[in-house]
Design a protein around this ligand. Structure first.
Ligand code: FES
Length: 122
């Protein structure tokens, strides 16, 4: 059997990459790349915390959603939202990972303080 070519998954923002085998979940690829994706259910499609976005021109990079993902995500699938624990790498793909809400709050506060709009940090 011919060895399978590694597939490259790029995580944005940041551009971290992982080379993985066909069929590996985006969550596993993220862990390999050192990208933190929050989970509570351990990858069982129960918590919906692992949502990522795949651009429309990148959808061939992941396996089409199965019944569980369709039921859990509904119309969000049309915006390219996928569950990292369920979406399997099918080709080279770029994935958008949402910013952690706590980090986003800290970043906004620091940016406001730098602009002089907020003189108290907390
Ligand atoms: S890890 Fe919980 S839904 Fe994906």
């Amino acid at each position: 059997m011919k060895p399978q070519k590694g597939l490259t998954v790029v995580f944005q923002p940041g551009g971290r990459k992982a080379v993985v085998n066909h069929g590996v979940s985006l969550l596993e690829a993220a862990r390999k790349a050192g990208v933190a994706i929050t989970t509570r259910c351990g990858g069982k499609a129960g918590c919906l915390m692992c949502k990522v976005t795949i651009a429309k021109d990148e959808t061939a990079g992941v396996r089409p959603p199965g019944d569980i993902e369709r039921r859990k995500l509904g119309s969000a699938l049309e915006q390219g939202v996928r569950l990292a624990c369920q979406a399997a790498v099918w080709n080279d793909v770029t994935v958008q990972v949402p910013e952690d809400p706590l980090k986003a709050a800290v970043r906004r506060k620091l940016e406001a303080a730098r602009r002089g709009e907020d003189d108290k940090l907390w």
